[in-house]
Design a protein around this ligand. Structure first.
Ligand SMILES: Nc1ncnc2c1ncn2[C@@H]1O[C@H](COP(=O)(O)OP(=O)(O)OP(=O)(O)O)[C@@H](O)[C@H]1O
Ligand SMILES: N[C@@H](CCO)C(=O)O
Length: 326
């Protein structure tokens, strides 16, 4: 993520109104889905919620429950606070007092898009604090969130829900939402250890063989078809040539679990930059089978205690903003 401190921004002119009260709920996301490196992402039913109130007195108060309580900063350097202030100040407004209540459910540094969800929360909250007529539209929100995160594949589905296909064109990030078959059930195996996206990106090569790029193109096209219309093709559709093998040494237990699931016919991938393993099950029976395979593998490895297995849903609504009247 690339969010600069608000102190680096030029001084804003008009002040946003004090006494505003906004709640934003944003889903977790699983990026890449195998061959869709930096371009595909799926929103899933795990949510972070922030409530933001403005006042006329300077200062910032942050209260956190759940993930990151006791470890995340509670001052101006908090990612959501920085993103709110940046959004407001970029629009030419000043923001005085800010009170933030964060209820964090999405695990951090596991490949479930926590930083993207925090950035989307901050940008949407900041945008809602601006006067009508000065707010960013959907395209500008996507571009700003993508720029702050560094890539669009998590922020796009976090904003819109469902499956997002994203790309960069003429200097702007763009995205469309593609259909997801109702039978598809994401099952996540989340290890207790974190791996930062920054360090996982550092493991990637600058170039890849042309044959790998060509093979990856075919699989990512097949994946879109499998997700939309033919879940039985998810196993061949989730083969990746661009990132998982290069990163495997940094998350060997996750790589081994992906291999185990795939050898048993379950379309498993590394979620985002890892180390979470995401199985895309084609229906209830396969979702149950995926959970059993995961539990059996973890028991055999003696590591059941350090993983959480979550049967999720596909989120189809994306981020929600609620402006409370005071
Ligand atoms: N709700 C949040 N509030 C404040 N900071 C957060 C929040 N969520 C994530 N962050 C920051 O983002 C970091 C994690 O970001 P990182 O990009 O490494 O992983 P991720 O987004 O969870 O995974 P991925 O990008 O692979 O899906 C946390 O360590 C924390 O600094
Ligand atoms: N496409 C990104 C997703 C994680 O943020 C990566 O794999 O690095």
């Amino acid at each position: 993520m690339h969010v600069s401190n608000s102190a680096e921004l030029s001084r804003a002119a008009a002040a946003v109104a004090p006494g505003q009260d906004v709640t934003v709920r944003v889903p977790a996301t699983s990026a890449n889905l195998g061959p869709g490196f930096d371009s595909l992402g799926l929103a899933v039913g795990l949510y972070d919620t922030v409530r933001v109130r403005t006042s006329g007195e300077p200062g910032t108060l942050v209260r956190i429950t759940g993930e990151g309580a006791g470890t995340l900063p509670t001052d101006e350097t908090h990612l959501v606070v920085r993103t709110i202030r940046l959004t407001v100040e970029s629009a030419g407004y000043a923001l005085q007092g800010l009170e933030l209540d964060a209820e964090n459910i999405i695990p951090h540094g596991r490949g479930l898009g926590s930083s993207a969800s925090a950035i989307v929360s901050g940008v949407l909250a900041g945008n809602a604090l601006l006067p009508a007529g000065h707010r960013l539209d959907a395209a500008a929100l996507l571009d700003l969130c993508s720029r702050l995160e560094g890539h669009p594949d998590n922020v796009a589905p976090a904003l819109a829900g469902g499956l997002a296909i994203s790309w960069e064109e003429e200097g702007a990030f763009r995205s469309v939402t593609a259909p997801v078959h109702p039978d598809i059930i994401p099952v996540a195996a989340v290890p207790s250890n974190e791996l930062s996206t920054e360090s996982a990106r550092g493991l990637l090569p600058d170039t890849v063989p042309h044959a790998d790029a060509a093979a990856n193109s075919g699989r990512s096209a097949l994946l879109i078809h499998a997700l939309a219309a033919q879940p039985a093709m998810l196993l061949p559709g989730t083969v990746d040539f661009l990132h998982q093998d290069y990163r495997a040494a940094a998350m060997e237990p996750s790589a081994a679990l992906v291999r185990h699931l795939r050898e048993n016919g379950v379309a498993a991938v590394i979620s985002g930059a890892g180390p979470t393993v995401m199985a895309l099950a084609a229906g209830q029976v396969q979702a149950q089978e995926a959970q059993s395979l995961i539990n059996g593998h973890l028991e055999a490895a003696g590591t059941t205690q350090s993983w959480r297995v979550l049967r999720l849903s596909v989120d189809r609504d994306g981020a929600r903003v609620e402006e409370h009247l005071r």
